[in-house]
Design a protein around this ligand. Structure first.
Ligand SMILES: Cc1ncc(C[n+]2csc(CCOP(=O)(O)OP(=O)(O)O)c2C)c(N)n1
Length: 205
């Protein structure tokens, strides 16, 4: 990924579709942990095909990156991917500085920026008024931060992030299509399955 030239920003990145991108990503995965943030990112993650290594955040905004960071630190040999919405990241933006400080090589952050709090009625977020999340991530100290210009570039960036040392911050502009399907809303089950998927729980209880 050439993150300097040509300069891709929120103004010239192609508007893509979250479910399409999520499907493309999930199709390339092996044992990577994926944390879907509250709302449409986790709905589309679920709909792209449930995996034992997926965790679906329910209830609180902004926790996909903090949870993925914890998993990345606990299991340094496993790649951990956070899928987060722009509104949720803006609510918990300090996590970028924490990631930059701790520098987990195995963490990949993917931000689905639709410029809105879509799931609660599409109220606009600050990105609809010019806030550039990649610039914010770089300012936090995350040098390997970039916008994906299109689907092909997204695939290339993900392939590189899955091989080379991170942390990586990849932002995509997405359309206003709603999430496909809905995650099972059972936090105990979600946590239990994920812990087993991580090999962190093996008993029957
Ligand atoms: C702390 C907190 N504040 C507000 C909400 C209500 N809420 C749930 S999802 C959401 C919008 C999420 O926006 P974004 O992360 O951009 O994802 P999108 O809906 O666009 O997929 C809001 C406001 C919440 N669950 N938690």
């Amino acid at each position: 990924m050439n993150i300097q030239s040509p300069p891709i920003g929120p103004g010239n990145a192609q508007v893509m579709n979250r479910f399409e991108l999520t499907k493309r990503l999930v199709g390339t995965l092996k044992d990577e942990a994926v944390i879907g943030g509250i709302g449409n990112t986790n709905f589309d993650l679920w709909s792209a095909g449930h995996r034992a290594e997926n965790f679906y955040m329910l209830g609180s905004m902004g926790l996909a990156i903090p949870i993925a960071l914890g998993v990345a630190l606990a299991q340094p040999k496993r790649r951990c991917i956070a899928l987060e919405g722009d509104g949720s990241l803006l609510m918990q933006v300090g996590c970028l500085a924490t990631v930059a400080m701790l520098k987990p090589k195995n963490l990949i952050m993917v931000i689905m920026d639709n410029g809105s709090y879509q799931i609660t009625g599409s109220q606009p977020t600050a990105t609809a008024f010019g806030t550039d999340l990649v610039t914010m991530a770089r300012g936090a100290g995350l040098a390997q931060s970039a916008w994906a210009a299109d689907e092909q570039m997204f695939d290339e960036m993900m392939a590189r992030a899955l091989k080379e040392d991170g942390p990586w911050f990849i932002a995509v502009r997405i359309d206003d299509k709603p999430g496909v399907g809905a995650t099972e809303r059972d936090p105990v089950l979600i946590t239990d399955r994920f812990m087993r998927g991580m090999g962190a729980k093996i008993s029957g209880f």
